[in-house]
Design a protein around this ligand. Structure first.
Ligand code: EPS
Length: 402
């Protein structure tokens, strides 16, 4: 069983993650992890913080001579901005006058955090609830991504809309209709999206979306959006219907929903499926090139909590960032009087980054189920287990139903 924890405050000295349970001999290096960390930092609409940080990892354990040891992998990402926060984030009591934050931002974890944890300073809530934590997640999940690559499984993502302005790509339609090339690779989609400042696939739509973000910025407002994350090369059989918590769709939904500011997740055509006849939704089972397959993939690659062997398609919705430069109303907890919510340096839009985080989280969920099914102590043993499964797969149905 793989697992990871993250630790660290947004303006603390560093973010840390311990990744546990991956087999030995997986080839991975700092460069590969840093590459994906950099992708998380990009995107038009981010705030001043991303100009300060240049996220990269310090590997403290678990990797030797370019390969995993099977031991816990410790990754540290320093917060450069900490230098500017040494007093405010002091571990020891300090004699400096530290301003307490008393005005919560609607939509952020400020009010629930101080209520739940009995704080007298909203800063104590802000620090850990901040999406800065996702840098550590991306680092951890990049180990999972590399692991999946060894088995021909890749993940990718793109932005579908920001602030209601859509970039509708043929690719989305073709994915749901199972009309994609056999050698289609989810990572190729990400590579294409990464070329756009807002991570859309249609270059022509980029301008419209940037204009919308500029308008939001001018108004001191923020925007959210939707993104799609995909995995290809996933074999049939990951997940299970035997128990509620073994369902692959449940696992994936939780991991996407756990990303800060995500408010909606759907697998396949999700919500749209509720509005159509069954005959217009379900993926017909057909034989193509002597193999069982589906006419469409509206289920998004999962039926009965188990992967079908078609691409996994997940759509996520991110709410607008809750820190507004033209704030909405709140209450000063010190005076209990109505006031404007507090301004805090933040992003205006972070949907492009959120898509990268979601693709990383998807990689983690898939690696977890892959290892539950095929896990060995070394990568070689895991490959043997997987190869045996694949070899017998086609014969299973034909033999059983003879
Ligand atoms: C950050 C995500 C956002 C940024 C943060 C860095 O976090 P939050 O959820 O708190 O808005 O705004 O930067 C800051 C906290 C800051 O001081 O600018 C990230 O993804 O790294």
């Amino acid at each position: 069983m793989i697992r990871y924890l993250t630790a660290g405050e947004s303006h603390g000295k560093a973010l840390t993650t311990i990744v546990d349970g991956f087999p030995s001999n997986l080839e991975i290096g700092k460069k590969y992890i840093d590459f994906h960390l950099k992708r998380r930092q990009a995107g038009y609409g981010r705030g001043g913080r991303m100009k300060i940080e240049s996220d990269h990892t310090y590997v403290l354990s678990g990797i030797r001579l370019g390969k995993t040891l099977g031991s816990p992998i410790t990754l540290v990402i320093k917060n450069k901005d900490w230098e500017n926060w040494i007093d405010k984030m002091s571990i020891e009591k300090t004699h400096s006058q530290i301003e307490k934050i008393t005005i919560p931002r609607p939509g952020h974890a400020d009010l629930v955090g101080v209520t739940k944890y009995n704080f007298d300073d909203i800063r104590n809530s802000i620090e850990r609830s901040s999406a800065r934590e996702t840098a550590a997640r991306v680092a951890a999940c990049t180990v999972a991504r590399k692991f999946l690559e060894e088995f021909g499984i890749s993940v990718g993502s793109y932005v579908e809309s920001i602030g209601g302005v859509y970039s509708l790509s043929e690719i989305t339609k073709n994915l749901f209709e199972n009309k994609i090339r056999k050698d289609f690779n989810a990572w190729d989609i990400s590579k294409k999206a990464d070329k756009s400042q807002v991570r859309v696939l249609e270059k022509a739509d980029e301008e419209k979306i940037i204009r919308k973000i500029k308008t939001a910025k001018k108004k001191g407002d923020t925007l959210g959006g939707t993104f799609i994350t995909i995995a290809t090369g996933v074999p049939i059989g990951l997940g299970s219907f035997m128990q509620y918590d073994k369902r692959l769709d449940a696992e994936i939904s939780q991991s996407i929903m756990s990303i800060q500011a995500v408010k909606g997740v759907e697998i396949g055509l999700g919500f749209a499926s509720a509005n159509v006849y069954g005959s217009k939704f379900h993926d017909e089972i057909i034989i193509k090139n002597k193999q069982l397959t589906r006419r469409s993939n509206r289920a998004g690659g999962i039926e009965g909590g188990i992967s079908t062997g078609l691409p996994i398609i997940v759509r996520g919705a991110m709410k607008p960032i809750s820190t507004l430069m033209t704030p909405i109303k709140s209450v000063n907890l010190k005076t209990m009087r109505p006031v404007d919510a507090r301004r805090e340096r933040s992003d205006f839009v972070a949907v492009p980054a959120c898509a990268v985080i979601a693709e990383s989280m998807l990689a983690w969920s898939l690696a977890k189920h892959f290892l539950l099914k095929f896990g060995g102590d070394s990568i070689e043993e895991t490959k043997d287990n997987y190869d045996t499964y694949l070899k017998k797969l086609d014969k299973r149905i034909t033999d059983n139903f003879k």
